[in-house]
Design a protein around this ligand. Structure first.
Ligand code: COA
Length: 416
């Protein structure tokens, strides 16, 4: 089966998570992704949080599948020359170095465009170009704070809170992938490459747009009726943290199920979807609530929404999270068990769909990873192992026209 991105050659000058998540996605879809790494050490995540001595860490293997690895010291003239050859025949260069690093290496956008005017140059930075913080280096949690996620996540009586989801890293990588694909389509029309830039702050903010909605509503009316602070608590002039509230128009909360006293994940998320009120009452054995004026409308329910959640928790007390969802699904109520990583790793549906995959690796043995969350009718992305450091150096150099003697010489001077 041919893959849509076959024939697209990508120089993967990325490290840690944001950039590698982007290029991994493009590799799954068929692109020839060559990861350029510093000789001897490579991407820092190869060594970070290792669970097996001398084998690449899961942090690396789970973000670099389906790629090739070329070691290259791009600060040495000989390494720069190799990179230049690669640039001349590649379609895309992706990088997420700290601000200015690529320029300092001698590969500014102007220089790259001069070497290959058809090449797309895609960058991740913490802040966008020209932003007053554009000189800052940024990691995941920094971006979550800068993009509005932290100030709106957590409970109102606690500090700003970081999400476990990689809103700053992988999310930015996904934005960049969309930008690259768009620029590739644009190039088909114009014949020209272009620069694609995504900042981590912008990508987080893009996912927090409903909170910007709430800021404007708050400024206009002084309260937010779907937040737990309404109507009994106080609002300031900024969007508050809403705990586990729904955030959209549907009130919801994380509710205790049987066993919560000992199992920290014995919970479900329960949503009170407006038009599902009647089935909710039926499921809970509370038919008298259906036409009760104090419960009938979303507006009437909101002042005592926590009393309603309390009643639901009492109903859940003798049901496990799985039993509860099995009952509630029959009533078409939007809900889900709070699943642990262990439960997800062993979920037969996720295994069958290729969302959780087991990948054989030369040094580690097999490991689990998250496969493509995007499914196609005409293509099944296969996940192959991440490369060992420099595994494809000779292959890539030979394809660029370097002889065995040239490669030997480059090795001698530690340029590769
Ligand atoms: N050969 C020679 N030198 C290389 C090289 C290679 N193959 N690959 C990288 N380098 C050099 C760079 O030229 C740079 O050198 P310089 O600073 O002397 O100019 C250096 O290695 C890398 O710098 P930097 O990217 O700033 O690394 P860092 O470890 O100090 O910072 C980050 C890491 C992630 C904070 C930073 O890269 C960053 O802010 N990136 C943008 C935002 C981002 O993507 N963050 C999330 C990552 S998940």
């Amino acid at each position: 089966m041919t893959k849509p991105l076959e024939g697209i050659k990508i120089i993967d000058f990325t490290h840690v998570q944001a950039g590698p998540a982007c290029t991994q996605l493009l590799a799954w879809f068929g692109a020839d992704v060559i990861k350029v790494e510093r000789p001897g050490s490579g991407d820092v995540t190869r060594n970070q949080l290792r669970d097996i001595p001398d084998a690449d860490a899961l942090y690396f293997t789970m973000l670099n599948s389906n790629k090739k690895s070329l070691t290259l010291d791009t600060k040495k003239p000989e390494g720069k020359e190799v990179l230049e050859r690669l640039i001349r025949e590649s379609d895309v260069l992706v990088e997420n170095f700290g601000p200015g690093a690529l320029d300092r290496m001698g590969f500014s956008w102007e220089r790259l465009n001069e070497l290959n005017p058809k090449m797309i140059v895609a960058s991740v930075k913490g802040f966008s170009d020209g932003h007053h913080y554009d000189d800052l280096k940024v990691y995941e949690n920094v971006a979550q704070c800068a993009g509005g996620a932290a100030s709106t996540t957590g409970f109102w009586d606690g500090p700003p809170t970081i999400s476990a989801a990689a809103l700053g890293d992988s999310n930015t990588g996904m934005h960049l992938a969309i930008g690259i694909l768009t620029a590739l389509l644009g190039r088909d029309k114009t014949g020209k490459g272009q620069k694609v830039a995504v900042s981590m702050q912008d990508s987080v903010l893009n996912l927090c747009r409903v909170k910007l909605r709430d800021q404007q509503r708050l400024e206009r009316v002084g309260y937010l009726e779907e937040y737990p602070q309404y109507p009994h608590g106080e609002f300031s002039d900024v969007v508050p943290r809403g705990g586990n509230a729904g955030g959209g128009g549907q009130p919801g909360w994380v509710l205790k199920c049987k066993g919560w006293e000992t199992d920290p994940n014995a919970y479900i998320y329960f949503t009170i979807q407006g038009h599902a009120w009647e089935p909710i009452c039926k499921a809970l054995g509370k038919p008298e609530w259906i036409d009760d004026a104090a419960y009938k409308t979303a507006e009437a329910r909101q002042p005592h929404i926590f009393e309603i959640f309390g009643t639901i928790e009492a109903w859940l007390a003798d049901k496990t999270k799985f039993e509860a969802v099995d009952i509630l699904r029959k009533f078409d109520i939007p809900c889900a068990p709070v699943l642990t990583m262990k439960e997800l790793a062993n979920d037969p549906s996720l295994r069958a769909s290729g969302t959780i995959v087991e990948v054989p690796h030369k040094k580690r043995g097999s490991y689990l990873t998250v496969g493509s969350p995007i499914k196609f009718s005409d293509m099944k992305p296969e996940v192959t192992a991440s490369p060992l450091l420099g595994e494809h150096t000779e292959e890539v150099l030979a394809s660029l026209g370097y002889s065995r003697q040239d490669i030997f010489n480059l090795r001698e001077i530690k340029a590769v």
